[in-house]
Design a protein around this ligand. Structure first.
Ligand code: SF4
Ligand code: SF4
Length: 381
């Protein structure tokens, strides 16, 4: 198997969720309600350790995801202590992250967040929109905002993925201000259709054009702000376009090798978001880590969604690689291509106005990279 220096593993430890968001990955994860037992989580951690060792990983990120991971709050500390012991002498640097809907981000979670998650919590939101609902249909946003504000007041830090829908696509300045006021880094995302037929049927979807315009508007607010909101996502994107490297999975080649998700019942997926029955690549309860490492299931899956030929002629290939693998697999084409090209063209024009250019820093010495990045981002806090 190839060496994977930095491995990213998601534990979908529970598929239970107190919300029933209309755009949930599988649309019905919350209804399945499957959940790992402590013993399954233990086996999963052992499997991951053995697999990371086989892959000669130096760094491992374990993301606790769901469903809603705070439903397991009472079980997590003991399991995270066990994980610490398990990896103690492995030579692998391990960090844990957690991704929540924030409705259970209550004071009783704070100690766990400080102790095991470096005081940081990842939240999914759709501010000024109405699709993150409780099962009865009540929108969860006000409660999530209240909990986020209380967590920030208690000294915790947050990062948010905010979905753009028809409801909030006209409220980009308000979204920018909301996160700026709270010093929250945010990534704007778009609801992914389960099939192409989906896309026109619900106001939770925006078109390529609408999404690109929203991203451009957000970027301009940030770029023209004398005291810009902290936004590691934009900084990384600009840096990627200068350096010719991808910094997040959505722009990586072969993400199926570096990402892995564990699900209740033992199913292994190539990432947390790519969790349809056709994308199962193994089972951590019935398969040994050695067998999984030797299996060609990931490559067989990847072969079903190859990078299209047009990408090899595209100037963004070094920072895009055909976009998200799951999206190519599910829809048969790179779903983000049109909006990304429009958005990145806009950023490249901005980069050029800063006296730089696309991939200008590719292969340049570190000192030169540092100097230009410092100059471009010098106005950043
Ligand atoms: S921007 Fe589009 S054409 Fe270019 S590499 Fe990405 S998916 Fe392929
Ligand atoms: S399939 Fe898509 S979401 Fe999953 S790791 Fe790959 S790029 Fe990221």
């Amino acid at each position: 198997m190839p060496t994977i220096l930095s491995l990213f593993v998601t534990f979908k430890a529970t598929l239970k969720c107190n919300l029933a968001c209309q755009y949930c990955y599988g649309r019905d994860n919350h209804a399945q309600g499957n959940e790992m037992t402590d013993e399954e989580i233990r086996k999963g951690l052992q499997f991951v350790k053995a697999y990371a060792t086989l892959a000669e990983a130096k760094r491992l990120t374990v993301c606790w995801h769901g469903g809603e991971p705070f439903l397991l709050l009472h079980r997590l500390p003991a399991l995270l202590d066990e994980a610490k012991t398990l990896f103690e002498d492995s030579g692998i640097q391990v960090q844990h992250t957690i991704q929540t809907n924030a409705t259970l981000l209550l004071p009783q979670t704070y100690d766990t967040l400080r102790r095991y998650f470096n005081g940081f919590v990842g939240v999914s939101m759709d501010l000024f929109s109405r699709f993150r609902t409780f099962p009865g249909g009540v929108v969860s946003t006000d409660l999530a905002v209240k909990n986020i504000d209380a967590a920030l007041a208690a000294g915790l830090r947050c990062g948010v993925i905010n979905l753009i829908t028809q409801d909030n696509v006209g409220k980009i300045p308000e979204i920018y201000d909301f996160y700026k006021q709270r010093d929250i880094p945010v990534r704007l995302a778009r609801v992914f259709p389960i099939s192409d037929d989906d896309t026109l049927s619900s106001p939770m979807y925006v078109s390529d054009e609408e999404y690109a315009n929203a991203l451009i508007q957000y970027f301009d607010l940030w770029a023209n702000d004398p005291q810009p909101a902290p936004n590691s996502d934009l900084v990384k994107l600009v840096a990627d376009l200068l350096l010719g490297v991808p910094s997040i999975c959505l722009r990586e080649a072969n993400c199926h090798q570096r990402y892995l998700a564990l699900s209740p019942g033992g199913d292994l997926f190539s990432c947390a978001e790519f969790d349809v029955p056709e994308s199962i690549i193994g089972n951590f309860l019935t398969q040994s880590p050695e067998d999984f490492a030797l299996s060609d299931a990931r490559d067989r899956l990847a072969a079903q969604a190859p990078v299209p030929d047009k990408c090899h002629q595209c100037r963004y290939e070094p920072t895009c690689h055909g976009g998200c693998f799951r999206e190519r697999f599910m829809l048969g084409y790179p779903f983000r291509c049109h909006s990304n090209q429009r958005y990145w063209d806009h950023i490249v024009q901005w980069i050029e106005r800063q006296g730089a250019g696309l991939y200008l820093l590719k292969g340049k010495p570190l000192s030169e990279k540092q100097e230009l990045l410092d100059r471009i981002f010098k106005r950043q806090p």
